[in-house]
Design a protein around this ligand. Structure first.
Ligand code: IPE
Ligand code: IPE
Ligand code: MG
Length: 252
């Protein structure tokens, strides 16, 4: 996810249709609290929404869907909630992997694997390995992910090459650093959606979001559905992306 995707022109790749949509799935806890339910129930309903949105993204011709499922900072939550979230991830992969594979979904995972429980690492690897050759939709799961950590990790790897005498520091530019991020082959997100009304990135894809269009949706994640996704895409289509150039109307 290192390069600004060139604006496309036709078919599902046309300029007003996003190739890569990234979603900050927020508001599960508030959804539950508003109904007098435990937060865990909000997370469970969040997985149901995810299932539907993956299908919708595929139907809408989106090629890359990145979802923020657990942040590097979410470790500061109570252990019981972390346990609930990890349990849901386990169940999601165990229950849904075969269906995702059948539907041509390729699963990718970004974020730090070190320090995760071995069975979680094994499940993530199984999902990536089984679906490696699929190409209908790339589902990028940001799990134990933080953008600052990802960039620091890239810097560390580059610094090691310099220390080993394999690289000249002056060879490092923005494109080089981008190549050392977790999924350098995936184009930057065209559209980043955050549910729940919050308007911040919370350490999500900060490098890759340089020219992403941001759409903030005032519904909690468990209530997000295909119509809401279409609404966000329609908002995206009304935007004019300039990438630092001039507006199309004024000529470029
Ligand atoms: C999103 O919902 C799920 C994760 C962050 C894992 P939240 O749990 O953040 O829900 P709110 O923001 O407290 O409502
Ligand atoms: C961002 O939501 C992380 C995920 C959706 C996984 P948070 O709920 O953790 O973000 P903050 O703390 O409100 O910024
Ligand atoms: Mg939240």
């Amino acid at each position: 996810m290192s390069n600004v995707a060139a604006p496309a022109t036709e078919g599902p790749d046309r300029a007003d249709h996003p190739l890569h949509v990234a979603i900050i799935m927020d508001g599960n806890g508030r959804w539950a609290a508003a109904r007098g339910l435990p937060r865990a129930e909000g997370h469970r309903r969040g997985v149901e929404a995810l299932r539907k949105v993956v299908r919708a993204a595929s139907e809408l011709g989106i090629l890359y869907l990145t979802i923020f499922s657990f942040s590097a900072e979410n470790w500061s939550r109570p252990a019981t909630e972390i346990g609930d979230l990890f349990g849901l991830l386990r169940r999601f992969i165990r229950n849904d992997l075969a269906t995702l594979h059948r539907d041509g979904v390729r699963v990718r995972v970004i974020g730090e694997r070190e320090g995760l429980e071995p069975d979680i690492c094994a499940l993530l690897k199984e999902a990536e390995d089984l679906t490696r050759d699929n190409n209908r939709l790339n589902l990028v799961v940001a799990f134990n992910y933080g953008s600052r950590q990802e960039i620091a990790h890239a810097a560390q790897r580059l610094a090691r090459e310099v220390a080993d005498g394999k690289r000249d520091p002056s060879s490092i530019d923005a494109d080089t650093l981008g190549q050392y991020l977790d999924a350098p082959d995936i184009p930057d997100p065209d559209l980043i959606i955050r549910t729940s009304g919050e308007q911040r990135l919370s350490n999500f894809l900060m490098w890759q979001a340089a020219y992403s269009e941001l759409v903030f949706v005032p519904v909690h994640w468990p209530d997000f559905d295909k119509a809401a996704l279409e609404g966000a895409i329609a908002e995206y289509a009304r935007r004019e992306r300039r990438f630092g150039g001039l507006a199309a109307k004024t000529g470029s």
